[in-house]
Design a protein around this ligand. Structure first.
Ligand code: ARG
Length: 465
């Protein structure tokens, strides 16, 4: 029997009088990157075939043959035996061709009532749903590791900075919890994006729908989609969900990058607040003393490519008329690269969080420099009746004197402090200590160790749900 499919390079050949050049073939093919969606392509095809059979569009025998053929194809792909052919352009045509080789006409009937346009959109959504679930799990693991670190150091004091200048003492646990909050918002964004990913385009066919009596809701249910895409043109041309995902990924990498920057600074011997386990660092080929924080540096660097992928997708979509255009094939590599980068980065950071060792003495020594408790002294004067602006001025003068004498506020005697305000009495020293300062910030969101512990308990409870 002759058919258009018998010549493997020309799926639509009857319409054409000459074959495409090798260069064009290579230029237009996507199989060498889109074959990573193979399992989702098969999953989508099986759901489609099941529906075709239920609607009496294909026979039960054809459906059984398709199931059998697909099982073999899955096994071939898994074992690495499947031969991917550039001539067959993409993952969809490669699998369909092999199916036809294996089961004959039943394979040729699979594409009834669908197009690669709705097929590829379905595959990407299935792939992304899977990726999002993996990412959500990794974010949870990372947050749990950060919670352990925060818990261990809910009492450890270090200087908090604004403008990179010593501002006020804070607890290290509180600092780490700031990141737990950020990554919590990231998880919310991914979950929200998942809702819009999880809709079925199949049934839109090329762009207008199909003349066959299909049951889209049945396919949606089989594939675990929450709904169908409600407009066929939109279904095949929409890539909003991929852009949303990349935007959410960019924010995650932005948070990772900020954290990396801090880890790098903290690990610098000039600061020496932390050490990072050797397995995340490398040495120098020339300087024997070096131990470099390669992982956070690389993560900071990789944020650039993830941001770049977002811009690629936005630019890809901005000029496209409805409905499907071949441009869309370019959505995959930025998307896959984003998933790969994010998954690797989150996995490594979840592990690295367990390999951070804190040096409380260095943190404490730094907090004792830079008049971190000056605000506490001002607050003390306010509580004794002085208007805040006057208190601010009195303490500013005291700090100035200390700077000139190279002393800390707590080094001054009560008599010396009283020069700046007669309201000062010996109880002042309780507020000038680092412990007094952090313990006083005892409200929701404050840095007091007791609040840090409450926050950790609340977050652990959220994460166990
Ligand atoms: N490889 C294509 C893609 O990735 C599949 C859809 C192609 N459709 C078409 N009519 N050329 O988007």
């Amino acid at each position: 029997m002759t058919s258009q499919f018998s010549k493997k390079s020309e799926a639509w050949s009857a319409r054409f009088s000459e074959p495409v050049s090798d260069l064009v073939k290579r230029y237009t093919a996507s199989v060498f990157f889109d074959n990573r969606m193979a399992t989702f392509d098969i999953q989508g095809s099986l759901a489609h075939a099941e529906m075709l059979q239920a609607q009496s569009i294909i026979s039960a025998e054809d459906y059984a043959a398709i199931q059998k053929g697909m099982a073999q194809i899955s096994a071939e792909i898994e074992s690495g035996q499947f031969e991917w052919l550039l001539d067959l352009e993409d993952v969809h045509l490669n699998i369909e061709k092999r199916l036809t080789e294996l089961v004959g006409d039943a394979g040729k009937r699979l594409h009834t009532g669908r197009s690669r346009n709705d097929q590829v959109a379905t595959d990407i959504r299935l792939y992304m749903r899977n990726a999002i679930d993996q990412i959500l799990e990794l974010i949870t693991q990372f947050r749990l590791a950060l919670l352990d670190l925060a818990e261990k150091h809910s009492d450890t004091i270090l200087p908090g900075f604004t403008h990179m200048q010593v501002a006020q003492p804070i607890t290290f646990g509180h600092h780490i919890l700031a990141y737990v909050e950020m990554f919590g918002r990231d998880a919310e964004r991914m979950l929200d994006c998942r809702k819009r990913v999880n809709r079925l385009p199949l049934g839109a066919a090329a762009l207008a729908g199909t003349s066959f009596p299909i049951d889209r809701l049945r396919v949606a249910k089989t594939l675990g989609f929450e709904d169908v895409c409600h407009n066929s043109l939109d279904a095949v041309s929409d890539r909003d969900f991929a852009i949303e995902f990349c935007a959410a990924a960019s924010l995650i990498m932005t948070h990772i990058s900020r954290m990396s920057e801090e880890l790098i600074i903290w690990m610098s011997p000039r600061i020496g607040f932390i050490d990072i386990a050797d397995r995340f660092c490398t040495g120098s080929s020339i300087m024997p003393q070096k131990k470099n924080p390669d992982v956070p540096e690389l993560a900071r660097g990789k944020t650039g490519r993830v941001n770049g992928n977002l811009i690629s997708l936005l630019t890809l979509m901005k000029g496209q008329p409805l409905a499907y255009n071949k441009d869309n094939q370019e959505d995959k590599e930025p998307l896959f690269d984003t998933v790969d980068t994010l998954v690797d980065t989150l996995r490594i950071f979840a592990d690295m969080a367990t390999g951070i060792s804190v040096k409380p003495d260095a943190m404490r020594a730094a907090a004792l420099q830079g008049y971190a408790t000056a605000t506490d002294l001002a607050d003390y004067l306010v509580k004794k009746g002085l208007p805040f602006r006057d208190a601010h001025e009195a303490v500013a003068l005291a700090v100035r004197t200390c700077v000139e004498r190279n002393q800390d506020l707590s080094d001054l005697s009560v008599e010396e402090l009283q020069v700046f305000s007669p309201l000062i009495t010996p109880d002042v020293f309780a507020v000038l200590t680092l412990e007094g300062s952090v313990a006083a910030r005892n409200h929701i969101g404050g840095t007091a160790p007791s609040q840090v512990r409450l926050a950790i308990a609340r977050l652990r409870q959220q994460l166990s749900k």
